[in-house]
Design a protein around this ligand. Structure first.
Ligand SMILES: Cc1cc2nc3c(=O)[nH]c(=O)nc-3n(C[C@H](O)[C@H](O)[C@H](O)COP(=O)(O)OP(=O)(O)OC[C@H]3O[C@@H](n4cnc5c(N)ncnc54)[C@H](O)[C@@H]3O)c2cc1C
Length: 486
C-alpha cells in the first residue's frame, strides 16, 4: 500500500510516521525547501526564530511518534517543563504569573478577588470532565458518520457545549480580569472566547495535566528530530515542490501532480494542506461535490489572521517572562472587530514570546530573541497589508515599550514580520487564516472537514482544518484518527 502526504506540518509528519509504522510505502511532499509548515524556523544573524508554535503541551503525543519505531525521544529532542506558563499583564499594569502551582495560583486569585478562588476550583473540576470526554475519549475518534456524532450529543450537551468558553468561565468566576485570563485558550487555536464552544475549555485542564513545555533549541528542533527519524525509517521526503492537482478517476483519488509536471500514483493521498484550499484549488472539477457538502463548505467561518513580528534586541530584557500575554482594554470590542466586523482596532491584545528567557542558544550572547503575535482579521477583511503591516509593527512596538520593554525601538537590531498574506500565499490557507476554520460547535467533530473525505475515496485529511482541530496536540491527534481509518 502506498501513501502520499501533502504538507509537512506537525499533522503531516505524524501521519507519515504512523502510516510508515503500519508498513505503508510513504512519500511526503512539502512545497517549501524546509519542513514544519507553521512550525518552520528562520535563522538570522545568530538569532533562531520559531515561526509558530512555542507552547508545547501533551508532550507524550510527540514522544510516542519516536516510540513507534522503538527509538528513545531523548536521542532526538529535549522538552523542558516551564515553571511559569504565562505572565498575564492587565491594562492597569498588574501582573499574574499563571502556572501549575495551585497554591500560588489561588494566592494570586485571592489578591484580585477573594471569592473567585472557590469558583476557580470548581472551574478546574468542570474542565476535567470536559477533558475526560473531549480529549481523552473523542480527540482520536473518526467522526465520519452522523451516528457517531448523534451518540455523543447527549454527553456534549451535559457538558454545556452550547455555551461559549467565556460564558462557562463567567459562571464560575466573577472578576473580569480573571474571566479574560481563564477563557483565553480558544485564542490559541484560532477561536473567539466569546463564541467558541466550551468544549475547548478542556485546554485549561490539558495544560494542568501534562504541564507546559519548551523544546530546547526551539520548536524547530522537534521538526528536525522528526526529519531525522523519517530519513532513518525510509520515508521519502520531497521538498520544494508544490502539489498542484489531485488526480482522480471518477470518485477515486489515484495520485498527485507536482508543479514540475511529475505525477505520483498512490493508493491514498493524505492532505495536511488546508482542506478548503484542497477542495477548491486542487480538485478543479467540483462536480463531484454534493449539494450538502457545498453548503457545508460555503457556510464555514474561518479563524482569525495573525500579525507576527519577529525581532532581536542588542540587550536582554530580563524582566520579560518566556510567555507574556497582554490584554487590551476593550478586549471584547477588539475581538468583535477581528471576528465579526473584520477591521483593525488600535486597542490590541498581544502574546510575546521570549525563548531566550529559557534557552540562551536562541540569541547571540547578551542579546534577546522575540516574536510578538497580534490577532487580526483574516483576509476576508480585504485589508491591504502592504500598507497596514508597517503601521501594525509600529503600534505593537509602541505598546510593548509602554507595557514592559522601555526604549525597545532603539534596541532592535533586526526584524521581519508576517501578515495574513503569508498564511494565504505561502502556506496555502484560505483567507490567510492562522488556524484554518474556527473551533465553533457547528464546525467541530462531524461538522468539521472529515478525516476521511466525505466526497472522494482514497482522500484523507490531517491537520488544523479537520477533526479534532488546530494546535499541536490537535493536529497530532488527527494523525491518530487516520491511524484508525487507514
Ligand atoms: C504564530 C503561531 C503560533 C502558534 N502557537 C502555538 C503554540 O504555542 N502551541 C500550539 O500547540 N499551537 C500553536 N499554534 C498552532 C499550531 O502551530 C498549528 O495548529 C499546527 O502547527 C498546524 O499544523 P498542521 O499539521 O495543520 O500543518 P501546517 O503547519 O499548517 O502545515 C501545512 C503544510 O502544508 C504545506 N502545503 C500546503 N499546500 C501544499 C501543496 N499544495 N503542496 C505541498 N505542500 C503544501 C504547507 O507549506 C505547510 O508546510 C500556533 C500557530 C501559529 C501560526
Amino acid at each position: 500500500m502506498n501513501s502520499v502526504i501533502i504538507g509537512s506540518g506537525f499533522g503531516g509528519i505524524a501521519a507519515a510516521l504512523r502510516l510508515k509504522a503500519k508498513g505503508h510505502d510513504v512519500t511526503l511532499i512539502e512545497k517549501h525547501p524546509d519542513l514544519g509548515g507553521r512550525a518552520r524556523v528562520f535563522k538570522k544573524n545568530g538569532f533562531t526564530y520559531d515561526a509558530g508554535p512555542t507552547v508545547i503541551t501533551a508532550p507524550h503525543l510527540i514522544n510516542e511518534l519516536f516510540e513507534l519505531f522503538k527509538k528513545n525521544p531523548k536521542d532526538y529532542i529535549e522538552l523542558a517543563p516551564l515553571k511559569i506558563w504565562y505572565q498575564f499583564i492587565f491594562e492597569d499594569k498588574t501582573k499574574f504569573n499563571y502556572s501549575g502551582d495551585e497554591t500560588e495560583m489561588k494566592r494570586q486569585i485571592k489578591n484580585i478577588n477573594e471569592e473567585d478562588s472557590i469558583g476557580y476550583e470548581k472551574l478546574v473540576n468542570f474542565t476535567k470532565k470536559i477533558f475526560d470526554k473531549g480529549f481523552k475519549e473523542l480527540s482520536d475518534v473518526p467522526f465520519d458518520k452522523p451516528f457517531v456524532m448523534m451518540q455523543q450529543l447527549p454527553a456534549l450537551l451535559k457538558l454545556k457545549s452550547y455555551k461559549s468558553v467565556y460564558s462557562l468561565v463567567s459562571s464560575y468566576i466573577k472578576n473580569e480580569k480573571l474571566r479574560r485570563m481563564f477563557s483565553m485558550h480558544p485564542l490559541l487555536v484560532g477561536g473567539n472566547p466569546f463564541t467558541t464552544t466550551s468544549i475547548y475549555g478542556l485546554i485549561l485542564y490539558l495544560e494542568k495535566k501534562w504541564g507546559i513545555h519548551y523544546s530546547m533549541g526551539g520548536t524547530g528542533n522537534i521538526i528536525k528530530g522528526f526529519e531525522k527519524l523519517m530519513k532513518e525509517v525510509g520515508i521519502k521526503v520531497i521538498k520544494g515542490h508544490e502539489v498542484i492537482k489531485l488526480i482522480s478517476n471518477k470518485k477515486k483519488i489515484t495520485g498527485v501532480q507536482l508543479n514540475n509536471q511529475t505525477f505520483i500514483e498512490s493508493d491514498n493521498v493524505i492532505c495536511n494542506a488546508d482542506p478548503p484550499a484542497v477542495y477548491e484549488k486542487m480538485l478543479n472539477d467540483n462536480s463531484n461535490n454534493s449539494f450538502l457538502f457545498k453548503w457545508k463548505k460555503n457556510r464555514m467561518e474561518y479563524s482569525m489572521g495573525l500579525f507576527v513580528y519577529y525581532f532581536g534586541t542588542k540587550k536582554t530584557y530580563d524582566d520579560v517572562e518566556h510567555h507574556t500575554i497582554k490584554f487590551g482594554n476593550k478586549y471584547k470590542e477588539h475581538l468583535d472587530d477581528i471576528f465579526e466586523n473584520k477591521k483593525l482596532n488600535n486597542d490590541i491584545s498581544y502574546y510575546l514570546h521570549r525563548p531566550s528567557a529559557t534557552d540562551k542558544s536562541m540569541a547571540p550572547p547578551g542579546q534577546d530573541c522575540f516574536y510578538v503575535l497580534v490577532p487580526v482579521p483574516n483576509n476576508q477583511s480585504k485589508i491591504d497589508w502592504s500598507i497596514e503591516g508597517e503601521k501594525m509593527k509600529n503600534l505593537v512596538i509602541d505598546k510593548m515599550e509602554n507595557d514592559l520593554m522601555p526604549e525597545l525601538r532603539k534596541n532592535i537590531v533586526e526584524d521581519f514580520y508576517f501578515t495574513p498574506d503569508y498564511f494565504e500565499k505561502d502556506l496555502n490557507t484560505k483567507y490567510g487564516s492562522g488556524f484554518s476554520i474556527q473551533p465553533k460547535f457547528s464546525q467541530s467533530a462531524y461538522f468539521r472537514f472529515h478525516n476521511k473525505s466525505e466526497i472522494y475515496d482514497g482522500l484523507y485529511f490531517v491537520g488544523a482544518g479537520t477533526h479534532p482541530g488546530a494546535g499541536v496536540p490537535g493536529v497530532l491527534s488527527s494523525a491518530k484518527v487516520l491511524d484508525k481509518i487507514l
